[in-house]
Design a protein around this ligand. Structure first.
Ligand code: PEP
Ligand code: MG
Length: 579
């Protein structure tokens, strides 16, 4: 009988194959006390294991196919670097010497120490780097224990449509089993942000992660359907289900191939309106994904990520080189740098521990409010952005603006920094555009006033919805109220677009709503011509734009804007999308 297991899919892809259960378990390490004359031998055994692990990785790296995206190599490089890092190469040797113990135990102890460091990090992205350390430690442990490699285990199976069911997979292991004909994989641990999940997405391998107990619930050789859209794995599906999923898989593949061909196509509606599709990024490394999506620029660089998980604030020089590297890599396409948006759910450790905790962080001293009170912090960032603007088109964007006075103050501060740079004979773009994010209802309602003081605007729907509907965006218990289709939200968006059109300044949207294909046509109908979103959403949005006649939508859009309840709006949007 068919059974369903739930986890988190890394993509929407579908896989059909048979289960290869990898029984390897948690590595159990016990402590052995060694005699003094055994220590040197044990140290060499550890060094040899690290060298063997390195050789394995270099061999895997040499098997990567030519057309593999460059970021895949970086996973292996990162693991190779870790193998050469003193925390993994030298520290266990010290432990062997100090505690007179076996190499496995010493490595385990050092792993515990490293895990403790990661425990103190409060950022989900960096937390996933913990997985990388675990993968490297496991590789060394398995060499020390003389275990068969995963590649050996998988290649001994004859079936080349295998769905590997395993505790966890490292990026290197994914590459090594990829060549043995892998249909997909299911892991019991790991999350969608881990490097392994990112790699599976890049290599288009369907995968479901975090399926607890999968190896107990599935049988070797059992037929499995992996449905990425529904985040499920169906075990022993009946004939009908199999036929249905084969059909869905064919459709999915066709869709992906068709989307990839859109990469270098312009985004133009059927009635010839040209639309800009920009990418949202957090760190310089994200540029790769942004460029791969065929974006026309960066519509939101969330600079606060440069400030997180570190002891010291980033210097002007460090910020300058991060911004410049992004600008250079965008080769003349515009880069919108948002000034620091710290506070609320984005806290930093660096140098700001003296701040009292606000009683309501989302409404407190965050974003531009914080920068206007800490001018040293603000000026350092402004100098870095202005200096970087000499290397390509840059726009400065200010988050959480709620009064016109704030934007005027910002202008004055920018002028002060520009004056200083001129005196120092440092180059910058004299006409750098300044924009505000529209995230606070007050700013949307008075957007016509703001338009006099800025060169562009961008609607941050994530916060605009939070503040308009009074829903904390990180509070799970009220998430169900988070509704972009609320009539109030749509009205505020429309008011902002109209105000910018009237003032003849560009208007963009960079909240999640911009990358949600349910709203693409509605937003086009409301007059939006610039969208900024996570790179993975961009081609889907482009495909909708290129099939839309905006003029024909106007009747529906007007009805949506007149509607008083979200249910009705939902039905109308459905009609718009079905057109
Ligand atoms: C937004 O609020 O919509 C936005 C893009 O900013 P962030 O998600 O970084 O708060
Ligand atoms: Mg925001």
């Amino acid at each position: 009988m068919a059974a369903q297991l739930t986890g988190t899919a890394v993509s929407n892809a579908i896989a059909i194959g048979s289960a290869t259960i990898i029984p390897r378990g948690h590595i159990h390490v016990s402590q052995r006390q060694l005699a003094s004359n055994q220590i040197e031998n044990e140290k060499s055994r550890y060094q040899l294991a690290v060298e063997t692990a390195k050789r394995q990785l270099i061999e895997i790296s040499s098997q990567i196919p030519q057309d593999t995206p460059a970021d895949i190599y970086s996973f292996i490089d990162a693991h190779l670097l870790m193998l050469g890092d003193p925390t993994l190469y030298e520290a266990p040797i010290d432990i062997i010497e100090r505690s007179q113990c076996n190499a496995e135990w010493a490595l385990q102890k050092q792993h515990d120490i490293l895990l403790q460091v990661f425990e103190e990090i409060d950022d989900p992205y960096l937390q996933t780097r913990r997985d990388d350390v675990a993968h490297v430690v496991n590789r060394i442990q398995r060499v020390l224990m003389d275990e068969a490699t995963l590649s050996d285990l998988v290649s001994s199976q004859r079936d080349n449509m295998q769905i590997i069911v395993i505790d966890d997979l490292s990026p290197a292991e994914i590459i090594s089993v990829h060549q043995h004909g892998l249909a997909g994989f299911i892991t019991e641990f790991g999350g969608p942000l881990s490097h392994s999940a990112i790699l599976a997405r890049s290599l288009s391998i369907p995968a479901l992660v975090g399926v607890r107990g999968a190896r107990q619930l599935l049988f070797p050789g059992e037929n499995i359907v992996l449905d990425g859209e529904k985040n499920t794995a169906i075990a022993s599906p009946d004939k009908q289900t199999q036929i249905w999923y084969r059909h869905k898989r064919r459709e999915y593949r066709k869709r992906q191939n068709a989307l990839a061909t859109l990469r270098d196509e312009p985004a133009v509606t059927l009635d010839h309106q040209s639309i800009k599709l920009h990418a949202n990024i957090e760190l310089p490394d994200d540029i790769r994904a942004a460029k791969k999506s065929g974006c026309t620029g960066i519509g939101l660089l969330r600079t606060e990520y440069l400030y997180m998980n570190r002891e010291q604030l980033p210097t002007e020089e460090e910020q300058f080189s991060a911004y410049r590297s992004i600008i250079r890599r965008m080769k003349g396409a515009p880069v919108t740098i948002r000034t620091l948006d710290l506070g609320a759910d984005k806290q930093v450790d660096s140098g700001r521990n003296d701040m009292p905790l606000p009683s309501n962080p989302a409404l407190g001293l965050r974003a531009i409010r914080l920068c206007l009170q800490d001018l040293e912090l603000f000026y350092t960032q402004l100098r870095a952005i202005l200096r970087a603007s000499a290397y390509g088109p840059v726009r400065i964007m200010i988050p959480m603006i709620s009064t016109v006075h704030e934007i005027r103050q910002v202008r004055t501060h920018i002028q002060t920094v520009q004056y200083a740079l001129r005196r120092e004979r440092i180059r910058f773009d004299e006409n750098i555009p300044l924009g505000t994010m529209i995230e606070v209802p007050a700013a949307a309602i008075t957007a016509n006033q703001f338009a006099k003081y800025c060169d562009f605007m961008s609607i941050g729907t994530n916060d605009l919805i939070q503040y308009t509907l009074a829903i904390d965006r990180v509070d799970d218990s009220v998430n169900y109220l988070y509704n972009p289709m609320h009539p109030a939200i749509l009205k505020l968006i429309k008011m902002t677009i109209d105000a910018c059109d009237k003032a003849e300044i560009p208007i963009s949207m960079c909240g999640e709503m911009a990358g949600d294909i349910r709203f693409t046509r509605l937003l086009l109908g409301m007059g939006l011509k610039e969208f900024s979103m996570q790179p993975s959403a961009l081609l889907e949005v482009k495909s909708i734009i290129n099939k839309t006649n905006v003029e024909k939508l106007s009747r529906f859009t007007k009805r949506v804007l007149r509607s008083k309840d979200s249910g009705n709006i939902y039905d109308l949007i459905h009609t718009i999308n079905a057109h």
